[in-house]
Design a protein around this ligand. Sequence first.
Ligand code: SAM
Ligand code: SF4
Length: 377
Amino acid sequence: MQRSASSFTPFPLNLFKASAGDLENTVRTRAKSVIEPLPKAPESIRAARRMMDSYGRTILDLRISVTDRCNFRCVYCMEPDVQFQPPEALISPAEIARLAKVAGSLGVRKIRVTGGEPTLHPKLEEIISGIRQTSGIEIAMITNGSLLTREKLARWKRAGLDRITISIDSVRSDRFSKVTRSTTTPDDVLRGIDMCIAEGLTPLKLNAVLVRGVNDDEAVELAGLARRFGVEMRFIEYMPLDSAHAWDAAQVVSARETREAIEAVFALTPTNADDPHSTARTYRFADETAGQIGFIAPVSEPFCGACSRLRLTADGNVRPCLFSTKEWSVMPLLRGGASDREIADFLIDVTWTKLAGHNIAAPTFVQPQRPMSAVGG
Ligand code: SAM
Ligand code: SF4
């Protein structure tokens, strides 16, 4: 769905308290994707015991949304009155651990714990330690950084968390509250960054989404965080995954535009060290100051050809792609006595359905009903 720039309506400003207990148990009624019978992958593919799709890509990276709830309402992500799944609909820590074990046996090497806001989950430590039981998996988490304390970080690290990514879309207080519609301040998040580094939850990455007319003039200040903390600051293009379905192509700030704005102040050099499966293209500072800048350009330069990711929603649906309009629930298997082998076959079959890619810019593009917060960004 694309609208012209002239039909852009400013985001409403509603402030939410950044606490863990302010969210109601309400049922999402309009986020159902199409449910179809899951086709079987060919026997030769199932026999390989790897998650391979029909384009030759292999899944190495599983993203798990542990909750669809959040204490922020970022303008590009959640509407103020977004509705959440009731807790009983969510996949449990034991079910996540089992799925991680099966995914690990099929070659997954990295699990990213995400949401919604994962730090709101009352059993986050149990989730991390459950995933840790599968050896050889890197466990990363992405958070809005508002609820971090040294004590919590130390507990998650002891449970097995390897590293953290923190989202920060503005360093200006008034703007931060407008973007996140929360009472958290940029200083709260900056303190969280310091704490993660002190706890060794590194390499730490920072994420920002620039939205035209909202924070598109802040690329240089945000890039400055990479230099200040010696970390990677990544700019993600705004994608049509907002719960309001109000995404407008005119609001997307391309990676190229962001890079040019940063380069007007800080010269950048490509690192040429990107993992071929990485979503980001990374640059270092030409003056050799520590820190890096990453650009994730799913809208202007889709990178589906190297995709190695599968996603699990907070209510137990496996999605072949961020932009899928189809997904399949693993819950009947997890709760119905299925064997690990049957769950593995299910994951292999879902992977086989992966499409070649998406093209957000195409007129035929259909925004999935599920927002980013439910899909596991
Ligand atoms: N709440 C956590 C956070 O904000 O980091 C984790 C979940 S959030 C869905 C994961 C990432 O998705 C964040 O970096 C966020 O900025 C990004 N994101 C959310 N909606 C997006 C959108 N419509 N387009 C691009 N990125 C988006
Ligand atoms: Fe919450 Fe993250 Fe979405 Fe912002 S981007 S509303 S912090 S889930």
